[in-house]
Design a protein around this ligand. Structure first.
Ligand code: ZN
Length: 504
């Protein structure tokens, strides 16, 4: 055997890799059970590597560099569910026990990588991520380093930070650096192992909950702040630094923006973290989301010289835990007799009514507003059934590309002036293909309603003539004043404009 291979063999470090990923909207009624994880993203044991190798995910990123770093990854699991309500106790316990079981099976390990969201709330565990991380840590040999990753929307806490030796957060929203952060986490774990020391951590928590609509990392005000973060990370003495902008739809004590700097010396880490925290705090007023009341939004869209004009129903963001059946904009479009407008609603019951009417038949039934009483009332809709098929397609474009999207049974109702597309599975409008797949040409519309905060932009902006964010009710409303928070640790901006940031 060549000497090099022999050295490699002995230098291999055994690294346990596992993770849970859920952005929990505590205002959303449906609970998130184990089936929700298994239906979206679930792989365990060797299947973990088969599923994520070559993907732009944390596990995929870690896998892509592991061999070069002489890290031998030992599979736990990865479980991710679409943002939704509280994770059930049974689901959380099962995921933790399965992970710990895999860790025990893995035999002796030298370290661990744990991929988290950071805004997971389970029944009985407000800080599910921190609890999960601490449990994995307890299962590791004393002194074995643990590196964790988290989403840009994490609600970081001192407990989460303390449970890992080092943490790496996404730097982009929309998120496209999961693979890069997974690779970075693996490289930093390798550095912890080879240098045998730990960086100093400086964590700052701001009493500030900006709406996700204003957290886009390529747009002001965040783009300038992320540039400062990158400049800090370029310093030799900084290991890594992150800003978690928070997920505001969680009524928990640790809600808010977190800043984390990890550097050689505590005094330097503290100074840099204070700089970032001070800058974010001083700019907090710039995070006010532009929102129009629904009547004004529809009037402006109808008066636009050219279409399509996008009406963003952020509050009913199907990708953030909302049902996607909100009717407030549809009702206003009908009331104002809008023309060439299209609305997509998740509504299995209305599809049954469309089936009864049949293709080409007369539809006359209530649509939307059925999942809960937070997203408007059901709207009586009359029109012709112009499309009635099961729809499944592969996502094009450059975001979540190639993902198979299953809309289930789809019915399209042509009402006077407004086309309503009904789906039996929720449509996450990250693309225009979901409209085309049901025979609707997006370019030909005057008004398109999207149930999304910002994910729609990559696909619709190339041809949309204008965009209006509508102040609608719902569990993802940008207007946080619509929510009754009861468990916050103290005053938080912008809910309380007089909230103060007390350093330290
Ligand atoms: Zn996120």
């Amino acid at each position: 055997m060549p000497a090099g291979l022999l050295v490699c063999f002995f230098m291999d470090q055994r690294i346990f890799i596992t993770g849970i990923w859920h952005e929990t909207n505590t205002f959303a009624a449906p609970r998130t059970d184990l089936a929700a994880f298994e239906a979206y993203q679930y792989a365990e044991g060797e299947a973990l590597f088969e599923r994520f190798a070559g993907t732009n995910t944390e596990v995929g990123g870690a896998l892509s560099v592991a061999a070069d770093l002489d890290l031998r990854l030992l599979p736990g699991l990865f479980a991710g569910a679409v943002p939704s309500g509280l994770v059930t106790r049974a689901a959380y316990d099962a995921l933790l026990w399965r992970s710990l079981g895999r860790l025990a099976e893995a035999g002796p390990v030298d370290g661990a990588l744990v991929h988290l969201h950071g805004a997971c709330v389970a029944e009985g565990h407000d800080q599910a991520d921190a609890d999960f991380l601490a449990a994995i840590r307890d299962g590791l040999p004393a002194g074995a380093p643990l590196v964790a990753t988290f989403d840009l929307h994490a609600n970081l806490s001192p407990e989460l930070i303390a449970a890992a030796d080092l943490l790496v957060g996404y730097d982009t929203y929309p998120h496209h650096d999961m693979g890069a952060r997974g690779a970075e986490a693996a490289a930093l774990l390798h550095r912890l192992l080879s240098e045998g020391r730990r960086p100093a951590k400086a964590f700052r928590k701001l009493p500030f909950a900006p709406s996700p609509q204003m957290q886009v990392t390529d747009d002001p005000p965040v783009v300038e702040i992320m540039a400062r973060l990158r400049a800090m990370e370029a310093r030799d003495d900084v290991w890594t630094a992150s800003i978690a902008w928070g997920f505001p739809y969680a009524d928990v004590g640790h809600l808010g923006v977190g800043v984390l700097v990890q550097a050689d010396e505590q005094v330097e880490a503290d100074g840099l973290a204070d700089q970032l925290a001070d800058e974010i705090w001083s700019r907090r007023a710039a995070f006010q989301a532009p929102l129009l009341p629904v009547g004004e939004a529809v009037r402006q869209a109808m008066a636009a010289p050219a279409g399509p004009v996008m009406l963003a129903d952020v509050a009913d963001n199907a990708g953030g835990g909302a049902p996607g059946d909100g009717t407030v904009i549809l009702a206003e479009l009908l009331a104002q007799s809008a023309r060439d407008a299209v609305v997509v609603l998740w509504d299995p019951a209305a599809i049954a009514a469309a089936r009864e009417a049949g293709l080409g038949g007369r539809f006359d039934a209530p649509v939307g507003g059925k999942a809960d009483d937070l997203h408007g009332e059901a709207v009586d809709l009359a029109g012709e059934v112009v499309f009635l098929e099961d729809v499944s397609y592969r996502r094009g474009g450059n975001y979540m590309t190639g993902q198979r999207v299953d809309l289930g049974a789809v019915a399209v109702i042509a009402a006077t002036g407004v086309t309503v597309m009904l789906t039996s599975e929720k449509a996450l409008p990250f693309d225009v293909d979901h409209l085309r797949a049901a025979g609707i040409q997006p370019e030909g519309q005057r008004i398109i309603v999207v149930k999304s905060a910002i994910a729609w932009r990559a696909h619709f902006r190339p041809f949309a003539q204008d965009e209006i964010y509508v102040d609608t009710p719902g569990v993802c409303a940008s207007n946080l004043g619509r929510f009754d928070y009861s468990r916050l640790a103290g005053p938080i901006y912008p809910l309380d404009p007089a909230a103060e940031y007390l350093k330290g």
